[in-house]
Design a protein around this ligand. Sequence first.
Ligand SMILES: *[C@@H]1O[C@H](CO)[C@@H](O)[C@H](O)[C@H]1NC(C)=O
Ligand SMILES: *[C@@H]1O[C@H](CO)[C@@H](O)[C@H](O)[C@H]1NC(C)=O
Length: 501
Amino acid sequence: MVHPTAITVAAAALLAALPVNAGLYSKNSPVVQIDARNYDRLIAQSNYTTILEFYAPWCGHCKNLQPAFEKAANSLSGLAKVAAVDCDEDSNKPFCGGFGVQGFPTLKIVKPGSKKGKPIIEDYQGPRTAKGIVEAVTDKIPNLVKRVSDKTLEEFLAGANDTAKAILFSEQGKTSSLFKAVAIEFKGSISMAQIRNTEKASIALFGIEKFPTLVLLPGGPEAEGIVFKDPFFNKETMVKFLSQAAEPNPDPAPAKVKVQKAKDSEKKKEEFESASSKQAKAEASTAGASATDEVLEEEPTESPLPIVDAEKPIVLPDPAPPLSVLDEDELIAQCMGPRTGTCILALLPDSPNEVAAAAVGSLSEVAHRHHTHKRSQFPFYILPQKNVGFEKFKSELGLPIGEIEVIAINAKRGWWRALPKDGTSVQETDVSEEAIERWVDSIRLGEGAKQKLPEGFVPEEPVVEEVEAEPIVTEEGTIVEPVEEGKIEIEETVENVHDEL
Ligand SMILES: *[C@@H]1O[C@H](CO)[C@@H](O)[C@H](O)[C@H]1NC(C)=O
Ligand SMILES: *[C@@H]1O[C@H](CO)[C@@H](O)[C@H](O)[C@H]1NC(C)=O
């Protein structure tokens, strides 16, 4: 038996090892920790937009915000910065006071201004959800990409004659956040343009055959255009490609010491401390997360990503985890609800052949890779023949019987599309990992034709029988809808952010 003293000693040691007054965000959090010293270098000098949270570790609303804020940070990764400052730290108090922070959490969007190191700062007062934050921030990503047409192409090419240029030929008129971010990486060194597929003369001039196509014109009189060949359009691959012509910018900016005026900072600290301690006292007396935060209503917490248990994993000699197999209810809940986002489904016949096995293997690899790199959050599932939905898909979408079929469906937006076939039969379909990855990427980027789902294909929303999830009527009489299981925003968000290149 272990002596009780030993346990006490161990517990004391453990407590001593814990950091005192730890901030809300861990070292591994996607949220960047900011303090008074590194703000200038990491944020004010950056060419990227940042959303900055001012918080105190004891504040209930701040704790409630944490998961959504981290989710937003993951979605915005590479596109904008998501940062937080612990205003309870003594050394940060003048800094927080300097921003006029009067309650926690306070969220501000810091957008690069026209003068270097002098950003434009606005309050964020939108919903404290990952979706709300991501939408507001993506809206404020600086757009350095010129929209060029047949009429303006010549002017664009002649301008700043010897600097490098890059042109994205796209089916989209709008510039995606992804391409905006790529342009930010090369601010000052590569001029970026986007040309739509409807600009026939430009398309012909460059001999563009598919969309999107990215062409780099390295500059100088005799330089020839280089076409981006990687099938994967993501930030890393595009930045690497463009680095042939110029170095990407060094973000964060190189270190430089900046001293704040002592008197000024002391005054701000005092003012801030009195405001801050008021909220701390109020929170303490009302047991945590209550009505001390007056700016915004309490939000229902978001439900975690839906996880469907794999009941019958397809066993393949494959390191990626097997795809989840959908039963009838899960099919409705994950992919066939009036509000479900994009799902990738493999319609797997009872007796799969080699092609089917290969397709499932490729799909699970791609799904695994997407999951680990947080690239896209489309869920990937297997829809087995025994699921009644299988026959419905086959007959109503006119898919061949007896073969595997890989499709993407978005019930909310009413479209579907199948993995393209080279011939008429799936036997001629390229089911390699590369082909599937390319296809999934094209969905993510909003490229390629979608088909409309037949009328009535998506079942009407069932009447909810359980009474557990009743709307919450707050004191003010407003009704807060309960969060529905499986209806989460992240997939939608990511699609919005990273698509439409
Ligand atoms: C770029 O400038 C050089 C010299 O200034 C000139 O010879 C050349 O024709 C220009 N190229 C274009 C495409 O305007
Ligand atoms: C921001 O862009 C400028 C070019 O306009 C560049 O010189 C600078 O290095 C960039 N800043 C950072 C932090 O990347």
